[in-house]
Design a protein around this ligand. Structure first.
Ligand code: TYM
Length: 333
């Protein structure tokens, strides 16, 4: 049995990047035979970036509704909330005690925060919490807890999965062969989807296209994608074009070739945006109605998550016992 695992941080509204980078490949993987998948709401991770409890609650609901709206089969996949698994923070502490600080110094998110401080002439540690610094260890605990081999993520998370692998290797070497070594699985198409302004689509940059806004708003968002000043009839480059990239992430090969040709033939930006809206909207519309219903029924979502947590703990409780035994903190009796 292969184990697939991935999580989404519960800050902000899920967007096209989350879908293309994580949700879509994860749901596809979950339908394969001989596969057990673990998908979760990373709400402990949310605390690192967000001190607004209402936002975290809202985002948790939106992200859960998103997975379900896309048809995640929760009888097969184990779908849970990170904070419902008390073994995760427990494992995090134990991993903290064997993870190298030097490894954490190299984590992108932490380095970016230090660099931003330096550029602003601040103390390098300004505003940096231990949560941010240790973020990859919490993520390693998420992954190693369930013996996951395959981790479908966007390109931005590869480093964290590699760190989890590193931490697992070190632990196995120091104590006992407890952990499976995980591997990131990255989609070729749109591994890092660009946002409205051409930077990586990200909640932190405020440049996202939310998955389930109304049709009208989706059209507006797509019209806001930044393009250059080339006129209709002038050939347009597909490289580095957010518009083309989103197209390729949603279209099949023949539709992608057709759009590539249309770019070469100088399609007008307005026309390209109109076609992109139709493509994306056709793709999302069937799930949108179900999403709206789910958002009105938090009680249902909660019961799905509780059931998921119960199943997840059938894995996490015994694993944690093995870890305690391995490090010497299990009972003496
Ligand atoms: P998060 O919440 O930032 O993003 C969730 C997933 O969406 C992917 N993603 C993207 N993919 C393509 N293009 C984009 N523009 C884009 N933006 C986001 C991310 O790569 C990710 O796969 N730390 C993780 C959550 C996490 C996790 C885990 C993931 C916690 N524990 C264990 C895997 C395994 C995060 O903050 O992702």
């Amino acid at each position: 049995e292969q184990r697939v695992l991935t999580g989404i941080t519960t800050t902000g509204t899920p967007h096209l990047g989350n879908y293309v980078g994580a949700i879509r490949p994860a749901i596809a993987a979950a339908t394969q035979p001989d596969q057990q998948s673990f998908f979760f709401l990373a709400d402990y991770h949310a605390l690192i970036k967000c001190q607004d409890p209402e936002q975290i609650r809202r985002s948790s609901l939106e992200i859960a509704a998103t997975w379900l709206a896309f048809g995640l089969d929760t009888d097969r996949a184990i779908f849970y909330r990170q904070s419902d698994i008390p073994e995760i923070p427990e494992l995090t502490w134990i991993l903290n005690c064997s993870a190298a600080k030097g490894l954490m110094n190299r984590a992108h998110a932490y380095k970016a925060a230090v660099q931003a401080n330096e550029e602003a002439g601040e103390d390098p540690d300004f505003g940096i919490t231990m949560g941010l610094f240790c973020y990859p260890v919490l993520m390693a605990a998420d992954i190693l807890m369930f013996g996951a081999q395959r981790i479908p993520v966007g390109r931005d998370q590869i480093q964290h999965v590699e760190m989890a692998r590193d931490i697992a290797q070190r632990f196995n070497h120091n104590f006992a062969d407890v952990f499976t070594l995980p591997e990131a699985v990255v989609e070729d198409n749109g591994a890092v989807l660009q946002g409205l302004d051409g930077r990586k689509m990200s909640k932190s940059y405020n440049n996202t296209i939310p998955l389930f806004e109304s049709e009208k708003k989706l059209r507006k968002s797509i019209n806001r994608i930044k393009t250059n000043l080339l006129e209709p009839g002038e050939p347009k480059a597909t490289d580095n074009s957010t518009l083309f990239q989103i197209w390729a992430a949603f279209a099949d090969d023949s539709e992608t070739s057709r759009m590539r040709q249309a770019f070469a033939d100088g399609i007008a930006w307005g026309e390209a945006k109109k076609q992109l809206f139709e493509l994306v909207n056709d793709h999302l519309a069937p799930a949108r109605g179900y999403y709206m219903e789910l958002m009105d029924d938090p009680g249902h979502i909660e019961s799905v998550l509780q059931k998921g947590a119960q199943r997840a703990r059938e894995y996490s409780v015994p694993l944690m016992q093995r870890v305690r035994d391995a490090v010497g903190i299990s009972s003496m009796g």
